[in-house]
Design a protein around this ligand. Structure first.
Ligand code: BYC
Length: 311
C-alpha cells in the first residue's frame, strides 16, 4: 500500500501529535527547525558572556554562587538544544561554524553591554522573563526533542527570573544610589527586551509557517503584549518608572498600549552592527579555539574505549 507521507505528517499535526526524528517531515519543516533551534542554542551560549563578565565582581559570595549556577545552566541549555538540532540531521561542527563566522543569528539582546551589577538583575528579571514568556509555548512545540528540551529549560529559566527580580528588589529598596542604578538598568534594557520577541507580526517572514506547523503557538506581537502586561505591575512594585512615555492602560483591550521599540536599531543589531556583536564573536571564537585540546582528548578517549571493547 502506498503511504502518502505528506498527508500523514499533516494529520499528525492536526491531532497535535509529536513529530519524532525518524518520522517523515517536509524539508522546509526540517530547515525551519534547524534554523530556530540552533539560533536558540547560540543565544544560550552567547548569553553566558554578558553575565559571565560579572561573576568575579558579584557583591557577595551568595550572589556569586547564584550567578555561577545561572550561567552554567545556560551552557546546559545550549547543549540540550544543539543535540535537538543534531537529531534533524545536521552536525555540531556545522552549527558552530555558522555561529563563529557570523552566518547564524543569536538573540539581539546579548549584543548590549552589562555596565553595572544592576544589569545582572535586569537581565534575569526582564530577559529571562521574556525568554520564559516565549518558551512556555515551546514545551508544546510539534518537534519532540525540542519540546522535551524546553521542559527542563523553562524550569531553570523560572529560577533565573527570580534571581534577577531579587537583585532588582534589593537595589530598588536600597539606598538612593542603588535605586538609581536599578532605574538606569531598566531604562537601558526595556526596549531591547521587547525586541527579543522578534519583528511585528506583519513583518515576520517565518511566523506563518511556524504557526501552521505548530512550531510557534503564539505570535511575536501576542507574546510581547503579554510580557508588557505582566511586567508593568512588577515595575510599579519596585517603585521604578517604565521608560516608555506612551505607556497607557487600555480598558477595552484589558492590556497596555506601549511604544514600538526602535526597529531600525533591531535590524542593525541582528545584522552584526550592535554595540557588542564583534566582541561576542571574538570571545566565542577564542573559547572554541581554546577548547580544541579538550575535544581532541575526548575523541581520543572515545577511540580507545571502542578499541578496548572490540578487543
Ligand atoms: N534576535 O520571522 P521572524 C535565551 C530574526 S532567550 C535575533 O519573526 P521567527 C536566553 C529571525 O531569526 C533568546 N534575531 O522569526 C535568555 C529571522 O531571521 P532568519 C532566545 C531575531 O523565528 C536568558 C528574522 O529576524 N530564544 O536564549 O519566527 C539568558 C525574522 O523574524 C530576533 C529563542 O531563540 C531576535 N530577537 O521568530 C540566556 C526562542 N527576532 O532566522 C539565554 C526560540 C527575530 O530568518 N525562537 N530574529 O535569518 C523563537 O521563538 C523565534 O525564533 C523568535 C523569532 C521569536 C526569536
Amino acid at each position: 500500500m502506498d503511504v502518502n507521507f505528506e498527508e500523514l505528517f499533516e494529520s499528525k499535526l492536526a491531532k497535535n501529535d509529536i513529530i519524532e526524528p525518524k518520522d517523515w517531515m517536509p524539508e522546509n519543516y526540517r530547515k525551519h527547525l534547524i534554523r530556530q533551534i540552533s539560533q536558540h542554542a547560540h543565544s544560550e551560549i552567547v548569553g553566558m558572556l554578558p553575565e559571565g563578565n560579572w561573576i568575579t565582581r558579584a557583591p557577595s559570595l551568595r550572589a556569586k554562587l547564584v550567578l555561577l549556577a545561572k550561567v552554567q545552566d545556560e551552557g546546559g541549555h545550549g547543549l540540550y538544544l544543539y543535540t535537538a538540532a543534531e537529531s534533524l540531521g545536521t552536525s555540531r561542527d556545522e552549527l558552530l561554524d555558522a555561529l563563529h563566522t557570523g552566518k547564524a543569528k543569536y538573540s539581539s539582546i546579548f549584543n548590549y553591554p552589562t555596565l553595572t551589577w544592576a544589569d545582572i538583575g535586569a537581565i534575569g528579571w526582564l530577559v529571562d522573563g521574556a525568554a520564559i514568556m516565549n518558551q512556555v509555548m515551546l514545551q508544546r512545540t510539534s518537534y519532540g526533542p525540542y519540546a522535551r528540551a524546553m521542559v527542563r529549560i523553562c524550569k531553570e529559566e523560572s529560577f533565573h527570573q527570580r534571581q534577577g527580580y531579587e537583585v532588582m528588589t534589593k537595589l530598588s529598596f536600597g539606598t538612593a544610589e542603588q535605586k538609581e542604578m536599578a532605574q538606569d538598568a531598566l531604562n537601558r534594557w526595556w526596549f531591547p527586551t521587547l525586541m527579543m520577541f522578534g519583528p511585528p507580526d506583519i513583518e515576520s517572514p517565518n511566523s506563518d509557517n511556524a504557526i501552521k506547523w505548530r512550531i510557534k503557538r503564539e505570535s511575536n506581537d501576542q507574546l510581547r503584549q503579554r510580557f508588557v502586561n505582566q511586567t508593568i505591575p512588577q515595575i510599579e512594585y519596585l517603585g521604578l518608572i517604565c521608560p516608555d512615555t506612551n505607556l497607557k492602560w487600555n480598558e477595552a483591550k484589558q492590556g497596555y498600549d506601549f511604544s514600538e521599540p526602535n526597529w531600525a536599531e533591531f535590524k542593525n543589531v541582528i545584522h552584526g552592527n550592535g554595540p557588542c556583536n564583534k566582541e561576542r564573536l571574538v570571545a566565542r571564537n577564542k573559547a572554541h579555539k581554546d577548547g580544541e585540546w579538550v575535544r581532541a582528548a575526548a575523541a581520543e578517549f572515545g577511540r580507545k574505549q571502542n578499541e578496548s571493547q572490540a578487543a
